[in-house]
Design a protein around this ligand. Structure first.
Ligand code: CA
Length: 363
């Protein structure tokens, strides 16, 4: 937009002339809303009941929706295993057995490889950049296009922010040190570790501590300082490596049964979307505040050495990541479309971040 156009546009916006037509139509629609009908919905989640931050946020979401709708919609939240197992959330909401689900889209990679781009991919974007792609960079339209095929609609509901690379009982000085390393690391990060000669091991959250303590695995990633501290990894690992190259900003999601969502009056749709956005902000803020506090605890207790991967190690992991993502993009046409949107937005925003965040943080 040139300068003259910008000034004209701004003046019109100030006078409120831009949206008058659509505004009166919207007001007329709002007058017709029936607010007497009550909705009692179920929310199934992939997290253990009351899981720190992620589970807590689901209950806050339910509270906010009840408040904002003045009790017209109430939501009962179920932890994983309370109504259905955590990994059945997608199917349960898709079939309408529950109206709402909470988790992360990369859990559903078996439904479409493309889902992984809507959570996080190795060397992808951070929380702020994922929000920019999802809300304002074309990501949301692709996400909705994909989920519509499964009778769902989803909205971001949080982000873990940059995770940590994980806990190691073996030093990682060069990429060669990954050879023969048994590491608990799921998803695409695991594929990258395999390319580097390591073995990606899957263990559920409850088994990781014992496996690391007994040497069944040499290393594990989990989330970040807060959740990792609660798991007690700082008591049994020698090194805590940064940064979480494999999950630089994992998006959490609220998913809704599409038919149920579409049947709602507009104000309730708006409330669900707005409460999801508030949840996104709350989760990001809570992660930043808690990780800040718990990294300090890990540092001050002094049992573990906090290290950074060398640039050579990062470059090698990046090269393997490009191979893994290239293979992913070749799986089907839609995944290629998402890959193209994601990678072109990521390249652009990395250029901008080079002058904004990166330059600022390097001062
Ligand atoms: Ca993780």
């Amino acid at each position: 937009m040139d300068r003259k156009k910008f000034l004209r546009h701004s003046a019109a916006a100030v006078l409120g002339g831009v949206a008058l037509g659509s505004c009166s139509q919207r007001e007329a629609d709002i007058q017709k809303i029936d607010i007497s009908k009550k909705y009692k919905w179920k929310m199934v989640t992939t997290w253990p009941p009351n899981f720190p931050v992620l589970g807590e946020a689901c209950q806050l979401f339910a509270d906010w929706v009840a408040e904002m709708s003045m009790g017209q919609m109430t939501i009962k939240v179920y932890g994983a295993g309370e109504l259905i197992p955590g990994l059945e959330v997608f199917d349960a909401v898709s079939s309408g057995a529950a109206e709402i689900g909470n988790g992360a889209s990369y859990y559903w990679a078996g439904k479409s490889p493309a889902t992984q781009f809507f959570t996080s991919v190795p060397f992808g974007m951070n929380a702020q950049q994922m929000n920019a792609w999802m809300y304002r960079g074309g990501g949301m339209a692709l996400y909705h296009e994909l989920y519509r095929k499964f009778g769902l609609i989803g909205f971001p509901s949080g982000n873990t922010t940059v995770q940590m690379a994980g806990w190691f009982n073996k030093e990682i000085n060069t990429i060669e040190d990954f050879k023969g390393l048994k590491m608990r690391i799921p998803g695409l990060g695991g594929k990258v570790i395999s390319k580097a000669g390591g073995t990606a091991v899957l263990s559920s959250g409850s088994e990781i501590y014992t496996n690391l303590e007994r040497g069944v695995i040499d290393a594990t990633e989990w989330i970040g300082p807060y959740h990792d501290y609660v798991m007690g990894f700082h008591k049994i690992a020698k090194y805590y490596y940064a940064p979480g190259w494999h999950e630089p900003g994992s998006v959490l999601e609220n998913i809704f049964n599409l038919r149920d969502f579409e049947s709602l009056p507009p104000h309730l749709k708006s409330i669900l979307e707005t409460a999801s956005a508030r949840m996104n902000l709350w989760v990001i803020s809570e992660f930043e505040a808690k990780n800040n506090e718990y990294l300090g605890k890990i540092q001050s207790e002094g049992n573990v050495e906090i290290r950074q991967f060398s640039q050579d190690v990062m470059n090698a992991l990046k090269k393997y990541t490009q191979e893994v993502l290239g293979e992913l993009a070749s799986e089907d046409e839609f995944t290629k479309k998402v890959y193209d949107s994601f990678t072109s937005f990521a390249a652009g925003i990395r250029n901008w971040a080079g002058y904004s965040e990166k330059m600022y943080h390097s001062m």
